[in-house]
Design a protein around this ligand. Structure first.
Ligand code: FE2
Length: 177
């Protein structure tokens, strides 16, 4: 969930798919609590198009990635493409055990609807595989909900809100399943 919500890792983890190593800056973004979780609206110049297609967006286009979080394990990302284009990605994590999680991630879009879907699946598989490598090298089952245990930076706003939300749900400070 935190990996899906994080906006600061694109330049490094996703350098081969859509991230730009020369554009690592994370502009301030708004995070707003909701009844079921929170909303994070992230605007940046980081393209959501695959490498090789990024010239198709207008120069300097500002991409809105609108995250709607439903605690504890579900979020929707709505990516606002040029024009009225929208790509919506559901990230529904279903923990199976402390070390295993089944992830459901249906996607939909309102553009290129006459185009083949295979390249879309391939691209998203690539993106999720890049994340998987990082997540599985960590210990998400021990996510510290006590915010004083780790150092947080401004770019972590979504993670901070997420951890506060989990704590509010009554999950333990040391969150081991
Ligand atoms: Fe990622």
């Amino acid at each position: 969930m935190e990996g899906f919500l994080d906006v600061a890792h694109f330049s490094w983890v996703h350098a081969d798919s859509f991230g730009d190593p020369d554009n690592p800056v994370v502009p301030q973004y708004a995070v707003t609590p909701t009844d079921r979780g929170f909303q994070a609206d992230y605007i940046s110049t980081v393209s959501n198009l695959p490498k090789g297609f990024q010239h198709l967006a207008p120069a300097g286009f500002e991409w809105l990635r609108a995250f709607t979080v439903f605690l504890p394990f579900t979020a929707i990302l709505r990516v606002h493409f040029p024009g009225e284009g929208r790509l919506c990605i559901l990230n529904a994590a279903s923990p199976v055990s402390a070390r295993k999680t089944r992830l459901f991630s249906p996607l939909c879009r309102n553009f290129d609807q006459d185009q083949p879907l295979e390249p879309v699946y391939e691209f998203n598989y690539q993106v999720f595989s890049e994340d998987q490598e990082v997540v599985e090298a960590q210990y998400p089952e021990d996510l510290p909900l006590d915010l004083s245990i780790e150092s947080h930076i401004q770019a972590d706003q979504s993670s901070i809100m997420y951890r506060k939300g989990l704590a509010k749900l009554g999950l333990s400070k040391i969150y081991t399943a």
